[in-house]
Design a protein around this ligand. Structure first.
Ligand SMILES: C[S@@+](CC[C@H](N)C(=O)[O-])C[C@H]1O[C@@H](n2cnc3c(N)ncnc32)[C@H](O)[C@@H]1O
Length: 430
C-alpha cells in the first residue's frame, strides 16, 4: 500500500470510531479483516496514523476548522508529521485508493495552523469536562501538560538486576540504539521509527532471557519509591499482570517474601510466565478464590503493601489516546469508590511501623491527594512520609524534585519528567 492508501484507510477507521463509537482497537481490527490484502506493516502504519490523530484530535480539529475524519487525517499528516499541503497533493495524486487532494479551504487551514485563542482543553487535547480537575492539578499549565500527554510515548524497558546490570543490557540492545533513561537507575529507552512504531523487543534474546522487561520509566519510579527491602514481607495488592511486582522482586534480590494479589484472576494470569522469565523465586501469587480471604494470614504482618490502584489512566493517555475521548464522569466516580475500598483492605495487612504505598497512573486530584486525605480520615494511624525523605531512602534523592506542592507525595507527568503520569504517596503506620 502507498502512504496515500494508508491515509485513506485511516480516514475509514476514524469514520468508524466517530460514527459508531467503536473502540479504536476494534475499528482497526475490523478494517484489517475486511481488507486482507493489507500486510502487517501496512496495518501498523494505519494504526500509527489513527492513534496520532486521536492523540491531538481536538487541536487538529480546531486548526482544520472541522472534526470530520478526513480533516483529522489530513491535519495529522500536516501538523504531526510535517507534510506540506503541496506534499499531500503530490502524494494523493495518481493512486485510485488515495483521498482527494486538499482543497483551497484545507490548504488555508494547513498554512494558517495556529492555536491562538484556543481554550485550554483544545490546546491541551483533553475532554472539556476534565478542565476543572486538570486546572486544580496544574493551574495555567494545564494546556501545556495536556499537550505533553498528547505526544507519542517512548518505548521504555527496565533492566532486571536479577539477570544483569544496565551496561550488559545496553550492550545487548545496542543495535536498537537503546539509551539509559534519565531518572530510573534501571531504565532503557529504545528509539521509535519516524511514524512512531517500536521495534519488536519481545523477540530479543535479552527479553526472552529476562534481562529486560517492558515498563514505562514512571512505573519503574513508582516501584523504586515503594522501597521494597531485601528480606521484607511485601504485598503487591493490585498486582495485575505484574509490571510492578517484577520490579519489587528485583529490588528484594529474591530474599524475603513477595505476595502478588489482584481481585481479578484473569489479570494475574500472565504473571506466572513473566516471573519465571525474570528468575523471581520469592514470589507467591495469591489468586482470588471466591469469597475466601486469600490474604487473611498476612493481617498486620506486611512490612510494605503496594496499592497500584485501579484508576482512570489519565496519565497514560499518550499510550491510549482513545481512552481519553471515551472517558465519562461516571467512570471517575466509580474508580474513586474502588480506590477507597482497595486502600482500606490493603491497610489491614500493614504491620505497625510498616508502609502503605498508594500509586495511580492518574493526574486528577480526586484520585490522588483527595483519596489519601479521605483514607487518613478513616485511618489516622497512617501518616505521609515526606517525599524528600522517601527519595533519599531509596538512594534517589533527586526524585524529590518531583514532589507535590505539599511535599507529601510525588507526581510525575510527561511534561515534567518525560514519563507517563504517576502519583505516588508513601504512608507509614504508627
Ligand atoms: C493499575 S492496575 C494494576 C497494574 C499492575 N500493578 C502493573 O504494574 O502492571 C489495577 C488493578 O487493581 C485491581 N483491583 C481493583 N480493585 C481491587 C481490589 N479491591 N483488590 C485487589 N485488586 C483490585 C484491578 O483488577 C487491576 O488489575
Amino acid at each position: 500500500m502507498t502512504p496515500a492508501a494508508h491515509a485513506q484507510a485511516a480516514i475509514e477507521v476514524l469514520t468508524e470510531i466517530e460514527e459508531r463509537r467503536s473502540p479504536a482497537a476494534k475499528a482497526l481490527k475490523d478494517w484489517g479483516a475486511a481488507h486482507r490484502f493489507a500486510g502487517s506493516g501496512d496495518r501498523a502504519r494505519i494504526a500509527s496514523l489513527t492513534y496520532d490523530a486521536l492523540r491531538q484530535r481536538a487541536s487538529i480539529a480546531w486548526r482544520m476548522g472541522s472534526d470530520a475524519p478526513r480533516a483529522l487525517a489530513l491535519g495529522t499528516l500536516a501538523f504531526v508529521r510535517g507534510v506540506t499541503a503541496d506534499g499531500l497533493a503530490a502524494s494523493f495524486s495518481g493512486d485510485r485508493h488515495a483521498p482527494a487532494a486538499p482543497d483551497e479551504a484545507e490548504r488555508a487551514a494547513i498554512a494558517g495552523c495556529s492555536l491562538d485563542g484556543a481554550p485550554a482543553h483544545v490546546a491541551g487535547d483533553y475532554p472539556e469536562w476534565l478542565d476543572a480537575g486538570l486546572a486544580e492539578a496544574f493551574g495555567d499549565d494545564r494546556a501545556a501538560e495536556g499537550a505533553a500527554l498528547a505526544q507519542r510515548a517512548p518505548l521504555d524497558l527496565r533492566v532486571n538486576v536479577l539477570k544483569g546490570d544496565r551496561d550488559k543490557a545496553l550492550a545487548a540492545l545496542a543495535h536498537l540504539n537503546a539509551e539509559a533513561t534519565p531518572l530510573s537507575p534501571f531504565g532503557l529507552r529504545v528509539a521509535l521509527t519516524s511514524d512512531g512504531r517500536g521495534p519488536p523487543v519481545q523477540a530479543e534474546p535479552a527479553f526472552l532471557k529476562g534481562l529486560v522487561e517492558v515498563q514505562d520509566e514512571g512505573s519503574q519510579l513508582a516501584a523504586l519509591l515503594a522501597g521494597a527491602g531485601v528480606g521484607e514481607q511485601v504485598v503487591d495488592f493490585c498486582a495485575g499482570a505484574g509490571g510492578k511486582t517484577l520490579a519489587l522482586g528485583a529490588q528484594m534480590d529474591n530474599r524475603g517474601q513477595l505476595y502478588a494479589h489482584d481481585s481479578d484472576i484473569r489479570r494475574l494470569a500472565p504473571m506466572h510466565e513473566r516471573a519465571e522469565r525474570a528468575g523471581l523465586r520469592n514470589l507467591q501469587i495469591r489468586s482470588p478464590r471466591g469469597a475466601k480471604d486469600v490474604l487473611a494470614d498476612l493481617d498486620e504482618r506486611a512490612d510494605l503493601v503496594l496499592v497500584d490502584a485501579p484508576c482512570t489512566g489519565t496519565g497514560t493517555w499518550r499510550r491510549n489516546p482513545d481512552a481519553k475521548w471515551r472517558m465519562r464522569p461516571g467512570a471517575l466516580e466509580q474508580r474513586m469508590i474502588e480506590q477507597d475500598a482497595a486502600l482500606d483492605a490493603a491497610a489491614l495487612l500493614v504491620r505497625p511501623g510498616g508502609r502503605l504505598v498508594y500509586v495511580t497512573c492518574s493526574l486528577l486530584p480526586h484520585e490522588n491527594g483527595a483519596r489519601v486525605a479521605a483514607f487518613r480520615e478513616r485511618r489516622p494511624d497512617f501518616a505521609p512520609r515526606p517525599a524528600a525523605e522517601a527519595a533519599a531512602a531509596v538512594g534517589a534523592p533527586s526524585l524529590a524534585a518531583h514532589a507535590t506542592e505539599d511535599g507529601a507525595a510525588f507526581l510525575f507527568t510527561p511534561r515534567r519528567s518525560g514519563t507517563d503520569g504517576f502519583f505516588v504517596a508513601i504512608l507509614t503506620r504508627s
